[in-house]
Design a protein around this ligand. Structure first.
Ligand code: LLP
Length: 406
């Protein structure tokens, strides 16, 4: 059932469990599909580093020509270290600090994506002090319902992201007049795990019309950043075809000479990632059956946080009728589960469970809760596996504290 042909028992033996494994060949295929979808125009696929920021993953995309969509200065530093071209890096996020803005300007990235009037003024002041204009884009909130999970929907007025069309116009006019600001791009991102094309097309149309009205007053927008958000299959979703996605966006841009920027995260890395965990025990509390594994919510929080569905695959198992079980971890929280009520045959200690579609927002959202070290990450490429992040040790966890222990 795995999308990859791999001996999970061997992987578990070699690296221990739990762990993440990434299929780099799948990552490449996804990247090329999307790049191809925009081939009629100049385009930059700017990988959303937050989805999976392992240096080797970012490097893999950099080598394919990818840019990077970053939401903190340290994500920018990761992208640069991994070899992403600085002119393909965008800095987004609603709450950038002065020091982050300053550093981003010093690093000379493509543009800072401004999300409020206050932020535009901070960028202007910092650019003025440096004596060099700052390239900016404005994140427009087109007030479109993306029809996805409320926690990952971002393009409605009630969401904290971006500014409305009228404010955006005002900010562009202001930036156009300022000698310290250079408005080069425009940005929108309406949500994540999108499976419907129409809201994307609508948003693109609204923002493209804004670009037209800005051009009419000589504000020359060159980069049209459509954000990320393309959904993937976790269960039985019908995802948007990348070609249709490209066509929908291109159809709104007639007469405009723009470089398209697209910021996919999940689409590139989601389905190519696997979380591998091992069965420790089985138990019953009354009627309820639990399969207790060594992976937990601190390693993969999506099921607990979003009630997200991840397909699971048992490697091993005993003869016997499948019966519903909750797959739970060792963390001291009732919300610590990977799946609920999943039919499984009897299991025994040492059996493996592969959790699918865990490549995006898996490791990057992991924590050290319960002093659990973050797990290793493994790359699979051309049939070969290699370690790309070792398991954390006790020393890694205590390093920032130990010098202060008096
Ligand atoms: N660009 C911007 C401005 C974003 O805010 C995001 C994601 C992306 C691009 C990439 O979106 P993607 O292509 O991956 O959908 N932790 C949640 C997802 C949060 C997404 C936040 N923004 C999850 O596990 O589902």
């Amino acid at each position: 059932m795995s999308g990859v042909n791999i001996d999970w028992n061997r992987v578990a033996q070699e690296f221990g469990t739990p762990l993440y494994l990434y299929d780099f060949d799948h990552f490449r295929e996804q990247f090329l599909k999307l790049k191809n979808a925009f081939k009629a125009r100049k385009s930059i696929i700017a990988y959303a580093v937050k989805a999976n920021s392992n240096l080797s993953v970012v490097k893999h995309f950099a080598q394919l020509g990818s840019g990077a969509d970053c939401v903190s200065i340290l994500e920018i530093k990761r992208a640069l270290l991994a070899g992403v071209d600085k002119y393909k890096i965008i800095f987004s996020g609603v709450g950038k600090r002065d020091d982050e803005i300053e550093e981003a300007l010093r690093l000379d990235i493509l543009m800072i994506n401004v999300e409020s009037e206050g932020e535009l003024q901070r960028v202007e002041e910092i650019a003025k002090k440096r004596g060099r204009p700052a390239r900016i884009s404005v994140r427009v909130n087109p007030n479109i319902d993306p029809k996805t999970h409320p926690y990952i929907s971002t393009g409605l007025s009630k969401n904290k992201f971006g500014v409305d069309i009228e404010t955006a116009k005002k900010l562009y006019l202001y930036a156009h007049k300022s000698p310290h600001l250079e408005p080069v791009g425009i940005h929108f991102h309406i949500g994540s795990q999108l499976t419907q094309l129409e809201p994307i097309r609508e948003a693109s149309q609204i923002v493209a019309d804004l670009v037209r009205s800005l051009k009419s007053v000589n504000i020359d927008i060159r980069f049209f950043d459509v954000g990320g958000g393309l959904g993937i299959v976790y269960k039985d979703e019908t995802p948007i075809d990348p070609y249709d996605y490209g066509q929908a966006i291109l159809s709104t841009l007639s007469g405009l000479d723009l470089t398209i920027i697209c910021e996919p995260g999940r689409f590139l890395v989601g389905n190519g990632g696997y979380f591998l965990t091992r069965v420790l025990y089985e138990k019953r509390n009354g009627e309820k059956r639990f399969v207790i594994v060594d992976g937990a919510m601190n390693d993969l929080i999506r099921p607990s946080l979003y009630q997200a569905y991840h397909k699971v695959e048992l490697i091993g198992g005993e003869d016997g009728e499948p019966e519903p079980a909750d797959i739970v971890g060792p963390v001291c929280e009732s919300g610590d589960f990977l799946r609920k009520d999943v039919p499984l045959p009897p299991t025994k200690p040492g059996d493996l469970i592969v959790v699918h579609s865990a490549g995006a927002y898996g490791f990057t959202m992991a924590s050290n809760y319960n002093s659990r070290p973050r797990v290793p990450e493994i790359a699979l490429e051309n049939g070969k596996i290699r370690l790309i992040r070792r398991r954390e040790r006790f020393e890694d966890l205590i390093a920032p504290e130990i010098d202060y222990l008096i």
